[in-house]
Design a protein around this ligand. Sequence first.
Ligand code: FEO
Ligand code: CA
Ligand code: CA
Length: 706
Amino acid sequence: MTDQIRRQLPIVGVAKVSHGRDRMTCLYRCGNACDHAVPNGSDNQYFGDLVKNEVTRRGVLRTGAVGAVALGLGSAGVLSATPAFAATEPAPALPLVEEFGTAEAATTVLTFKAVAPNRVDALVVPNGYDHSVVIRWGDPVVPGAPKFDVRNQSLAAQLKQFGYNNDFVAVLPLDKKGNRALLVCNHEYTNEDLMFPNFVSQDALTVEQVKIAMAAHGMSVVEIERVGKTGQYTLVTSGARPYNRRLTTLQTHFRLTGPAAGSALLKTAADPTGTDVIGTMNNCAGGVTPWGTILSGEENFNQYFVGAETSTGDAKTRFSRYGIDTVNRYPSGSRKWERADERFDLTKNPNEANRFGWVVEFDPFTPGSTPRKHTAMGRFKHEGANIIKSRDAKAVAYMGDDERFDYLYKFVSDKKVDGRNTPEARKHNLTVLESGTLYVAKLGYTSATEIDGSGKLPTDGAFNGTGAWIPLVKGGRSMVDGMTVDEVLVFTRLAGDKVGATKMDRPEDVEPNPVNRKIYAALTNNTNRGVGTNPAADEANPRTNNKHGHILEITEDNDDHTGTTFTWRVPIVCGDPTDPATYFMGYDKTKVSPISCPDNVAFDGAGNLWISTDGNALGSNDGLFATAVEGSERGHLKQFLTVPYGAETCGPWISDDNKSVFVAVQHPGEIAGASVANPASNWPDGDFAKPGIAVTWSVWNKNIGA
Ligand code: FEO
Ligand code: CA
Ligand code: CA
């Protein structure tokens, strides 16, 4: 291996929770979501009701078959009533590349030798590959950013430096060969105990430190350049760098668009227009539109708000359904942002939480452009959003709501995407996600008995699940009894409950495969499945106490992504392949890598499925995996790389030319008791842990995975 494994870490004593994740991760990233009751108060029908007993493995086998307008705010952000973006919106720039978001067609056969499971504190890549760090926490983003000094941090510095806990990554070429490109990423959350050398507790943070943490959330854009003719990229650190930018929770204005923009549900005292939100937060996964903008999912926004325990009636129901603490369960566990900005105190600003939980669209090619939050795409814990163009050129976005027993969604634009590379087309395309039909998924199946009267289960492939996309808002009208359009879009989870959507095992990244045009959803895990009074296993979520997760494959009927019916199957049931409850498209399991907790998916130009993991419940480091989904090698899943100790693998992003894969190493060394002085990981620089983005390439200039 070309990677230098620096040291084998002792296994640090870790306070484990039921699903194996470190408690620190749970507190900081999702507000201990697994310790809460499932925030799904509905008893809507789910197809599990049709299955009296846990679905067996046999059943599974058969199914399977710049400057944004940056205002210097005081201790509490104060908005003017006039949206700050109105007078300063620049005209959209025209990118040089015409179609984004998918790698060039390729014939890559995945011949790499799998990386073995390990617990080493290094990024480990296969023989014949190399890697380097492109950017890490504290590196300069905005020209003039001060040099990072962990012992001398400031808000002013963090606002210009790379943020913390990078998650989604996209690389958008600035020229036809991709020799220069924009790297865009999300900064999902912060670990203050791993950021500040003098950390004692969240309560003991200074207001300046709280603001530094707020500024370390958001997004970054940096210019990168290719090294020679290889797949390696490096950060551009000199010159004008006009695209380089930080989007933060503190300063960046976002404009709400679509049917619910301006709704009373979105108005606050500081923003009586209901259209002008300061900040984005807990941005998890995302996608790239065909016209070269970024989609970013606002996920676990609930944990940043306090004060809901005083709410009553509908307000309490709504807060509770979104996982906002209504019983003051974790008074010491909140992020304490209300100490720096009273927007996060719901007793003072009860609608502020409604202004988060959206899909953000951001144009990185237009410096100073105002990012937008699209209400037409619904509000929930958005993992991300990925678009495929329908045969009639509509933009169809697939989306997951990452919560146990929550739902899969899709959005179909009213407008068509204009495929021309002209200023007029770009201006039009920037409006495409502002109106459309929002659907939620209901998954069913035809029982074996119905297919085969003999009672024998049919052969692999003969048994497909069936499904329907249930409209929630269509033609500007609510399709949900008793809910207005605004209510459906702002409280989309409650709308899904009402129409009987199928309760899934934490839908994370949901992405169309541009080659076979099928949709792949990562269902991370659900240790509550079938436990107590919780919903039982069903065909689409086939295991009780689902520790390791699975992949769902959706095929739209007649290849019509605007349609309302589909079929589905479960091609991969994750875990240790020696576990009989796992399944890998029928492939010889002795040749398959163990995999646990799939989170993000991506596709190379050959349509191979790449999966990154978060929270490996098998005890080894998280990693990146790849498998073919068609042909004789389908199901031959292999581990391509592993990330350092305590980290999660995010991204991944495969370059347009298939020569590079970028991964975001999120929360390295996130182990209870670790600190700057006593780190559990010293990746990437040998001192203390810093989240960062790495690129991996073939030393023989082969396609990634070949
Ligand atoms: Fe932020 Fe669902 O992972
Ligand atoms: Ca994720
Ligand atoms: Ca993805």
